[in-house]
Design a protein around this ligand. Structure first.
Ligand code: SF4
Length: 636
């Protein structure tokens, strides 16, 4: 049965809202397939505003892959700003997709990609606007299956009541497999209704369906056990890993935004996974093992993506882009190829120790010489040992000296505050480091026109990392240390004016900590916050710490217990039944090593230290070099 577009109803509201263009769709490379020609229909949501959601790679990749499948369609939906939400409620306009402006409730699946837990309240807004019951148990056969994905889905327990399922890891293959299960079930006449569909997904072992697991608790509040409540449901659900990235060269047709977005460039993921072993980094841990895309596929993707989109900036993405085994060749090959054109290259994520000036020069050969950003993360050598960020002060000074002497004038340094075992001195060490950076720049250039910006945010312990057992530092301590650092920088007569300081206070980190390591009981807080008006919690102008604390108290959730409490080795963690491939005992030993300030090398260049991922995935780390080169002959 055809589904009508709601655009004619929406259109009348658009002149009354800010940035109406974000709701109209029709971007270059967007797709609207015939509704009746499809028998599996996905609405893909990024639970933030269009300007943040459109550049999201995960959604863009699935959007293309699903739309390439015969008899399957996918459309996108984003969070609407409160001004439009209010009008939609007044005029009875439901949550819609920006492609066909179809009501989200008409789709078979609502897939929500969570990069951060602070998007949870926005999912509730979308469900409510769509007319989908907030609580999964209250949904009927006409409601879509709500599936969570993205990094936050590695512990979806706080939103277990609101989602039907969660998928861990890479989405390319599992989204196709889920489509097939739905197609078959629908073709058979939907036997057993929604429950059987969820059971078929759960039995496959690759989809986590929270309602098929019971959680029991000890009297002191800790989890006693998480166990399947139906036969055929696996005890543990595993993450998905695409083994050969060259087989999945997406996005092929990048979406070109209509309104201003946070990134306006074509991004090519040059590898997935990271084995550097930074202990705070959930992304690095859960995306192991390292899988590189080959230089030739990268070259072909860049060429094709520019042709299809008209973007004039290409970002080479990964968790630590300069670590690609052939990054030098990639950079040189692309810089040669696009010399004299208006196409510029960027390397958004570079480690201090993997950076070299030749590489930076290649990247700036054909474009702007933008600022360089490095992330030492910890202010003292001791702190960097605890977090396993093996960057010495000498490394950093050598790197910034090279950059300043080659003409860069601005360097950004990123740090975290509130790391395990941190003291006031560790944070004040950041000021010393920043002053040494300026001093080195002045000496190298003979100029006082040297700047450095210190950017610092609160640390949040994350599931599936060695710090999953750590007590989070309370917001007051973080804020006190941030102020002391500010004073130390500002009061310095010699260097203070050359150093910029940006910080995020510790309060949002506590809420993120509650949601990251929370269990099913935390769902009541999310709902209470949403009912109280909580929206866009990732935006400082919308976030209310007081609201989160008050709502937690109202529903009897002790925020400190979830955040600042250190866990013991044998405590059942809410996500223990979800398998990121990492061996739990390895994670525990790595946590002990952290406390003892012992470092672990990168297994790309040293022997395997048995984190467990490769045997769990039946693979090995996949890196080059391939020895191939990009030919600079393509005329663009
Ligand atoms: S199993 Fe060994 S080689 Fe594989 S990612 Fe872990 S430490 Fe590295």
């Amino acid at each position: 049965m055809s589904v009508e577009s709601v655009f004619h109803r929406l259109e009348a509201l658009l002149p009354k809202v800010q940035k109406p263009i974000q709701y109209v769709g029709g971007e270059l490379n967007s797709t609207v397939k015939d509704w009746d020609d499809a028998d599996v229909r996905w609405a893909l949501m990024y639970p933030d505003a269009y300007e943040v959601g459109l550049p999201n790679q995960g959604v863009a990749i699935l959007y293309e892959i699903l739309n390439e499948l015969p008899r399957t369609l996918a459309e996108r939906t984003y969070s609407v700003w409160p001004d439009l939400e209010k009008l939609m409620r007044e005029h009875d306009v439901p949550q819609f997709t920006v492609d066909g402006h179809r009501p989200v409730r008409a789709f078979d699946v609502l897939g929500v990609s969570f990069s951060t837990e602070l998007g949870y309240t926005n999912m509730l807004t979308a469900l409510d606007l769509a007319g989908i019951p907030l609580v999964a148990a209250e949904r009927g056969d006409d409601d879509p299956i709500v599936i969570a994905g993205g990094h936050a889905a590695f512990n979806p327990e706080p939103i277990a009541d609101f989602i039907d399922a969660a998928v861990l890891g890479d989405g390319e293959q599992i989204s196709i497999a889920i489509s097939e299960v739905i197609r078959e079930w629908k073709a058979e006449g939907r036997p057993g209704g929604r429950d059987e569909l969820l059971m078929r997904l759960a039995e496959s072992g690759g989809v986590y369906v929270p309602k098929f697991y019971d959680v029991t608790y000890h009297p002191d509040g800790r989890i006693a056990r998480v166990a399947p409540n139906r036969s055929g449901v696996p005890w543990r659900v595993h993450k998905h890993t695409v083994m050969d990235l060259d087989e999945w060269p997406y996005p092929k047709k990048p979406l070109v935004p209509l309104a201003e977005t946070v990134h306006e460039r074509f991004s090519v993921e040059i590898f997935r996974g990271c084995t550097r072993g930074c202990r705070f980094c959930q992304a690095g841990m859960i995306t192991r093992p390292v899988r590189e895309r080959s230089i030739t596929t990268i070259g072909a993707m860049v060429e094709n993506g520019i042709k299809e989109s008209g973007f004039n900036e290409v970002g080479l993405l990964s968790l630590s882009s300069a670590d690609h085994s052939e990054i030098g060749e990639v950079a040189k090959g692309l810089a040669d190829r696009y010399e004299g054109t208006n196409t510029s290259l960027s390397l958004p994520s570079t480690r201090v120790d993997a950076f070299n000036i030749d590489l930076a020069n290649e990247f700036s050969r054909n474009g702007r010489r933008s600022g360089l950003t490095f992330a030492p993360e910890g202010g003292s050598e001791r702190m960097r040992k605890v977090i396993n960020k093996m960057v010495t002060e000498e490394d950093l000074i050598r790197t910034v000296t090279a950059a300043y002497s080659q003409g860069w004038r601005q360097v950004k340094l990123y740090f975290m505050c509130g790391l395990p075992t941190e003291t006031d001195e560790d944070v004040l060490g950041i000021a010393d480091l920043a002053k040494k950076v300026i001093q080195a720049g002045r000496e190298a250039t003979g100029s006082r026109d040297i700047r450095c910006t210190v950017s610092i945010g609160g640390f949040v312990p994350k599931p599936h990392t060695p710090f999953q057992w750590a007590g989070q530092t309370d917001a007051e301590t973080v804020d006190r240390r941030l102020m002391a650092l500010k004073d130390s920088l500002r009061n310095d007569k010699q260097y203070g004016r050359a150093i910029g300081y940006r910080y995020h206070d510790g309060k949002p980190s506590i809420v993120e900590g509650l949601l990251s390591r929370g269990d099913r009981r935390v769902g009541a807080v999310i709902r209470a916050v949403w009912e109280d008006g909580g929206r866009f919690d990732g935006w400082s102008e919308h976030f209310s710490y007081r609201r989160w604390l008050d709502c937690a108290e109202q529903v009897g959730v002790d925020v400190d217990w979830y955040t600042t409490r250190e866990r013991e080795e044998n405590e059942v963690l809410p996500w223990d039944h979800l398998d990121a491939g990492l061996d739990r005992s390895w994670l525990w030993h790595d946590w002990q090593d952290a406390v003892n300030e012992a470092e672990v090398e990168d297994c790309r260049w040293t022997p395997c230290y048995d984190c467990g991922v490769c045997p769990a995935m039946g693979t090995e780390i996949q890196i080059g070099p391939t020895g191939k080169k990009l030919l600079p002959l393509t005329v663009v």
